[in-house]
Design a protein around this ligand. Structure first.
Ligand code: S3P
Length: 176
């Protein structure tokens, strides 16, 4: 876990595995705190006029990762916003540095079974396409766990909790 004394960091960055509720929580938190929120994947979709899965299909994951990196870099000077990152954003060292500089990092966690129940009828995530099984999800999650944990200022377990409970927990952990 990263602990920081830097009180000037005004943004809240939400990270975590696919389908841990990052976008939903970021939107809800944004309303709660009256802060604007931005979603990295949404910015990429708007800028390219393509869905994430289309970018993967047409240009490959490497190209998507470049777009993701540029988008994160461009948010470097942001103040007082909530930023939701795609699940793979914190696997890259430059992204990690940029995200750390942006603000307090909130890691959302969920069990593989919870993730599976959320993505079963969702085809928008290319990395889980044809891999929607607890064992597959656990494997990718285990590979990523260290990267997530290292970057997180606070870790929130979302299993079995309502959105409002999770929001309360985040606000309390961030002393807001
Ligand atoms: C990815 C997660 C996705 C999206 C892309 C890659 C990942 O975002 O960025 O499909 O590598 O975990 P969500 O975490 O919002 O699903």
């Amino acid at each position: 876990m990263v602990t920081t004394q830097d009180d000037n960091r005004s943004n809240i960055v939400i990270i975590g595995f696919m389908a841990t509720g990052k976008t939903t929580l970021a939107a809800e938190l944004s309303e709660n705190l009256g802060m604007e929120y931005l979603d990295i994947d949404k910015i990429i979709e708007e800028n390219t006029d393509m869905k994430i899965w289309e970018i993967f299909e047409k240009y490959g994951e490497g190209h998507f990762r470049q777009l993701e990196k540029k988008t994160i870099e461009n948010l470097n000077k942001s103040q007082n916003i909530i930023i939701s990152c795609g699940g793979g954003a914190c696997l890259d060292a430059e992204n990690v540095n940029n995200i750390k500089k942006m603000g307090k990092v909130v890691l959302l966690e969920a069990n593989p079974a919870t993730i599976l129940s959320r993505i079963e009828n969702d085809t928008s995530r290319p990395l889980l396409k044809d891999r929607a099984k607890v064992a597959e999800i656990k494997k990718i999650m285990d590979e990523r766990r260290d990267s997530y944990d290292k970057l997180a200022d606070i870790i929130i377990d979302t299993n079995g909790k309502s959105v409002s409970n999770i929001i309360d927990e985040i606000l309390s952990e961030l002393s807001l």
